[in-house]
Write a protein that binds this ligand. Structure first.
Ligand code: 13P
Ligand code: SF4
Length: 309
């Protein structure tokens, strides 16, 4: 069987399993083209959680990293949440542990703690607010306090400080995503720009602050998709995980969209594939199970955060 026939067969099997299980597949914008194509919905982390709440389904398959599956589980108590590869974590989320949070809380007792959704459930239970890269600056600008603890991404913290004029203390000081910090650098941006001088540059706020300054637009994956539609020009260079360019090209077939670095790959995102999606629907596992106390705590923090937006 050729590779293409094999992929088509897997997609057909997955869709019939979805019917049988009353399941929907939600895929993050960084998933591979074939996973995006088989999914019912593709979006950013917040969009996926919201979509899951409204989905008329018994089962959600979350094609993304584990903190995204946890958030979907928090908001969807009555549904079965399948996450095809449990070990698909997020090295940025790994930067933040409870010990670090307690240390900073003690040092800045009056500062609220705002956590990026790219953090694990245990850390989230200590947060006052939970945000995504799309909502961080908006929510923090509405807080009364001028000093805010923010983790775990130091570059997003700098972006929020620039946007809000507040003192944002990064918790921990060195938290970052290797894809955005090391694979979308000045070198990569200049190289991509020299090949396509008329292109507009869009970057994620997880890239280094000095590299954010080189861009025409800074935003989350969903904000970048929106900006492509709104900015002038027909050629765009995306400074984030390479798969967003596939998603953008499908949305805007008349525009020319390229990744700034085609090798900017999130290894954990790419652990999810058609084969393990099919297997998890057959076996109905691995499932995300959360402790009730933890789930309710995070749910109330998320609801408080949504109300601020
Ligand atoms: P978005 O919330 O912008 O989709 O980003 C998630 C992420 O993991 C960025 O690296
Ligand atoms: Fe985490 Fe970076 Fe992968 Fe996003 S791209 S999931 S922040 S490691």
């Amino acid at each position: 069987m050729s590779y293409n026939c094999y992929v088509d067969k897997l997609k057909k099997d997955i869709r019939s399993l979805c019917e049988k299980r009353r399941a929907v597949i939600l895929a993050h914008n960084y998933q591979s083209p074939e996973v995006q194509d088989v999914a019912d919905y593709v979006g950013d982390s917040l969009e996926l959680a919201r979509k899951a709440v409204n989905a008329d389904a018994d089962v959600i398959v979350l094609a993304g990293v584990s903190f995204m599956a946890e958030v979907v589980a928090v908001l969807n108590e009555e549904k079965i949440i399948l996450h095809p590869v449990r070990e698909s974590g997020c090295p940025l989320a790994d930067f933040l542990n409870v010990r670090t949070i307690k240390k900073f809380r003690k040092k800045y007792p009056r500062a609220p703690l705002v956590l990026y959704v790219n953090s694990y459930a245990k850390a989230k239970t200590y947060a006052d607010y939970i945000v995504t890269s799309a909502s961080a600056a908006k929510l923090i600008s509405k807080l009364d306090e001028e000093t805010v603890l923010f983790g775990p991404d130091k570059n997003l913290a700098a972006y929020v400080a620039e946007r809000t004029g507040k003192k944002i203390i990064a918790v921990p000081p060195n938290g970052c995503c290797y894809v955005h910090e090391y694979l979308i650098t000045r070198y990569h941006i200049e190289k991509a720009k020299s090949e396509r001088p008329s292109a507009k540059v869009l970057v994620h706020p997880e890239v280094l602050p000095e590299n954010q300054k080189m861009a025409d637009h800074i935003g989350s994956t969903s904000q970048m998709l929106k900006a492509i539609n709104e900015l002038e020009g027909d050629t765009f260079l995306l400074g984030t995980e390479e798969a967003l360019s596939y998603r953008a090209s499908k949305l805007y077939p008349n525009k020319k969209i390229y990744p700034i670095n085609p090798r900017a790959i999130c290894i954990d995102m790419k652990k999810i594939n058609l084969l393990n999606i099919k297997e998890c629907l057959e076996r109905m596992k691995p499932r995300i199970r959360m402790e009730k106390k933890e789930r309710l705590k995070i749910r109330s923090i998320l609801e408080r955060s949504f109300e601020m937006l």
